[in-house]
Design a protein around this ligand. Structure first.
Ligand code: HEC
Length: 150
């Protein structure tokens, strides 16, 4: 061992140190709890799947966005469920507005679309307004109440 280290000007030692650091960091990442977790209600079912298909069928994304991506005629719908509430969503889906078309949706279709928007809402936050950088480079979303999620 001694001869091995001396023969390569200590490069093996550096390698061993780096390997140990790598192994410890890997262990840390693998065992630490995720900082951002899925919320209650983030469970897909038959109704939310139907809502997703309807969202695609009616091409809602041509005017709306999820997480900032989509068309820009209407507002971002990522958190519309928690920010505007179910009643507002239902009203828009049932009647449209002067800017949004009335698709003549059935009660069942509205039910599914509302369930889908609720699911998307539970998947995360957009835009993230308050966040903090940790020393190890991870972003913590301050809007997620980790205590509540436990
Ligand atoms: C032709 C573009 C267009 C399409 C297609 C469209 N929307 Fe809209 N939508 C809008 C506009 C514009 C508004 C804002 C209307 C207003 O404030 O009067 C809106 C508002 C909404 C709102 C209220 C959100 C908020 O934050 O105020 C919801 C929910 C919504 N749309 C859902 C949908 C769904 C679901 C579909 C597909 C079935 C869809 N929209 C298709 C243009 C569209």
């Amino acid at each position: 061992m001694e001869r091995l280290f001396r023969s390569d000007n200590g490069r093996s030692k550096i390698f061993v140190v780096l390997f140990v650091v790598f192994a410890l960091y890997t262990l840390f990442v693998a065992t630490s709890t995720p900082l951002i977790q899925k919320q209650d209600g983030f469970v897909a079912n038959q109704t939310t799947r139907k809502g997703k298909l309807l969202f695609q069928e009616y091409n809602c994304i041509s005017c709306h966005q999820f997480y900032g991506l989509g068309g820009y005629m209407g507002p971002d719908l990522t958190n519309s469920y928690s920010e505007k509430g179910e009643d507002v969503i239902r009203t828009f889906l049932k009647n449209g507005s002067d800017k949004m078309p009335d698709f003549g949706l059935s009660e069942g279709e509205i039910e599914s679309l509302v369930a889908y928007l609720k699911l998307v809402d539970a998947s995360g936050y957009y835009p993230v307004k308050e966040y903090e950088l940790t020393w190890f480079g991870t972003v913590i979303n301050k809007e997620v109440d980790l205590e509540k999620l436990k």
